[in-house]
Design a binder for this molecule. Structure first.
Ligand code: 5RP
Length: 294
């Protein structure tokens, strides 16, 4: 009720006390807008500064990948352990319960499949991304391929829309037979994404020089998992990636194709958020695997 009379006089102006400032916890993102910071703080844990994203967007280029034949059965039980999910709008609407209330990194570019020539992509309509309450817009960027210019244009348009509506854009350094995955290539590709407006970047880990990839990218990097590895090896490379400057993982096959996916995502969380050593994380994996819901 707006009262003019008999109100308590305002007296506590904190004269002389500087206004409290809140430096943002993610690198390179001090100057993005409030809505974007709010969404980023849902994707990345402000305490650890890192994220465990669960990727299950493979179907848009690969069809019913092993482990994703029935996403309602295999993915739904994993969602509660992820900080953010990365999927297509098709998967989102068909199998993700809206009540799970997880931030969504929406697969925002789409195009050719493994049957033809990857990376000839377009982007979706921003209205649909807003309609599903996307927290990030993930766009493939195929630096060095014949679709380089097209995919960079997709990123530029997405970043512009993202800045307009406060939605972070995720530049995904592309997969493709002709694209190498060494530090030189990955540094170039990640840097190109960041310079063209990506709010954060998804790329692959490489065994030599990965710290140069993260150091030379002015915004946070999350790593994809790649092909399925034995669980102890996947935990080891997640650990190395975090040690070498990655701000998290955006993993798919090494989680949902693991023998015990629920145990695996929890072991990954221990590495990413608690910097648990790979051996301890693997012990945790084995221990959790022996429980019923692993
Ligand atoms: C493809 C993607 C996938 O989401 C990504 O490859 C993650 O899955 P995986 O860990 O299985 O590689 O972005 O471009």
């Amino acid at each position: 009720m707006a009262d003019k009379d008999n109100t308590q006089e305002a007296a506590d102006y904190g004269i002389g006390i500087p206004v409290k400032r809140h430096p943002f916890f993610l690198k390179g993102l001090d100057h993005v807008d409030w809505g974007m910071k709010d969404r980023l703080s849902r994707i990345f844990n402000p305490k650890s500064g890192n994220t465990v994203m669960l990727a299950f967007d493979h179907g848009y280029i690969m069809g019913p990948t092993s482990g994703l034949e029935r996403m309602d059965m295999t993915i739904t039980p994993l969602i509660e352990y992820a900080d953010c999910i990365m999927c297509t709008r098709g998967a989102l609407r068909s199998i993700v319960p809206p009540t799970s209330n997880k931030p969504v990194s929406l697969r925002y570019s789409a195009g050719t499949t493994v049957l033809t020539d990857l990376n000839d992509e377009c982007i979706l309509d921003i209205e649909d991304a807003i309609r599903v309450n996307a927290s990030a817009l993930a766009v493939m960027v195929a630096v060095g391929s014949k679709y380089e210019a097209k995919t960079i244009e997709n990123l530029v348009v997405t970043a512009d829309l993202g800045f307009k509506y406060g939605i972070p854009s995720l530049g995904v350094t592309a997969v493709g037979k002709e694209l190498t995955r060494d530090a030189r290539y990955l540094s170039l590709a990640c840097r190109v994404c960041a310079e063209n407006g990506a709010t954060f970047v998804k790329t692959y880990f490489c065994e030599t020089g990965f710290e140069k990839v993260t150091a030379s990218c002015p915004v946070p990097i999350v790593i994809a998992g790649g092909k399925k590895l034995p669980e102890d090896k996947a935990l080891e490379f997640a650990y190395l990636a975090i040690q070498q400057g990655a701000s998290g993982v955006d993993m798919g096959r090494n989680v949902f194709q693991a023998e015990h996916p629920v145990a695996m995502i929890q072991a990954i969380r221990a590495v990413v958020h608690e910097r648990c050593k790979p051996k301890e994380a693997f012990d945790l994996y084995r221990q959790l695997s022996s429980t019923k819901t692993s």
